[in-house]
Ligand binder design. Structure first.
Ligand code: SD4
Length: 328
């Protein structure tokens, strides 16, 4: 894409909130018609270059699945993104274990990998699980061997910075661990439409830093980190996957859109349900969701104002960073 095609707006918190409010009120209105052009919506700041790459791949003739996969490869390859792919913070034993999934809303099929080590692009391995096998999810050593068979090269995924961070954590007396508490996050979740009603959802993460080896979060689980159905929409999630898995976040949001909710209403309905079932979910828990319907209308929400989701939106050649409203 020509850089002249892009207008990047990095907003101040206040500005972003205003734009987000305008965007989301548009999302809730029935006056927004299918635009006929693609829309890419991703979590966090690293979602912005991911969206831009996805839009470029799509514009150059790639499929929507290609676009989402190649877009997600951008933060996976970036050593400065410490929660996805290469440079992602490791588990408690110092090994980087990656989770990813991608779902095609037309075929209603997904591919996913969990606890994949030594391969920096788990979303691309997940894509091949979808395209080349009759399985949906491969885990651990099996996922690794499948990746090798597909031609991926094993690599050291620890960077000097992530190794240093792990050593520092390891040397901290009474350090926080997943027997008790959690830290680090920022999965890339992306939902997209081609503007003609086709939906894709993708997600890639190194999961929570210092997690127990073998721990699988929400990101690679179909219905949790990803869900896409051309008849209703697509969703993804970021935050505390141990908690969110219990609510099947993405499928809940998509089913709520199928019942007529706007993407924003669907996101908020799910978060409210989580808060009602357990009021502790309101206070400080890290729960954020994004959604899109086949008309390209979007939704995004954070549970709590202490953990606000910055999200990236690419639409009509404009690439923006916005802030999702928090419910509590
Ligand atoms: C996980 N949900 O593994 C992921 C982490 C994440 O923003 O999304 N962080 O629990």
């Amino acid at each position: 894409m020509d850089s002249s095609d892009r207008r990047t707006f990095i907003k101040s918190v206040t500005g972003a909130a205003l734009v987000a409010a305008a965007d989301l009120s548009a999302a809730g209105s029935s006056s927004v018609a299918a635009s006929g052009s693609p829309v890419f919506l991703s979590t966090w700041k690293h979602g912005q270059p991911a969206n831009e790459r996805a839009a470029e791949v799509f514009r150059n003739g790639g499929s929507l699945l290609d676009a989402v996969e190649k877009g997600i490869n951008v933060p996976e390859n970036d050593p400065n993104v410490t929660s996805v792919g290469y440079g992602g913070l490791p588990n408690a034993e110092g090994e980087v274990e990656l989770d990813a999934a991608i779902m095609d809303g037309t075929r209603h099929r997904a591919g996913a990998v969990c606890s994949l080590h030594s391969i920096k692009n788990p979303i691309s391995v997940a894509r091949l699980v979808l395209e080349k096998t009759r399985h949906t999810t491969l885990a651990g050593g099996g996922a690794f061997r499948f990746a090798l068979e597909m031609g991926f090269q094993p690599e050291q995924l620890l960077t000097p910075q992530s190794l240093e961070a792990w050593l520092k954590w390891k040397a901290t007396p009474n350090r926080p661990s997943f027997w008790l508490t959690a830290e680090n996050h920022d999965t890339i979740g992306m939902v997209a439409t081609d503007g003609r009603g086709h939906m894709v959802s993708g997600c890639s993460t190194s999961g929570l830093a210092w997690k127990l080896p073998g721990r699988v979060g929400d990101s690679p689980l179909v219905g949790c980190g990803v869900y896409a159905d051309d008849n209703a929409g697509a969703a993804s999630a970021t935050g505390d996957g141990d908690l969110m898995t219990n609510y099947c976040t993405s499928v809940s949001i998509v089913h709520s859109m199928a019942r007529g909710a706007s993407p924003q209403e669907a996101c908020e309905e799910l978060l409210r349900h989580m808060a009602q079932t357990d009021p502790r979910n309101r206070q400080g828990d890290q729960i954020c969701v994004i959604a899109m319907n086949p008309r390209g209308e979007i939704g995004a929400a954070s549970m709590n104002a202490q953990f606000k989701l910055t999200y990236a939106l690419w639409r009509d050649g404009e690439s923006r960073l916005l802030e999702a409203p928090a419910l509590y």
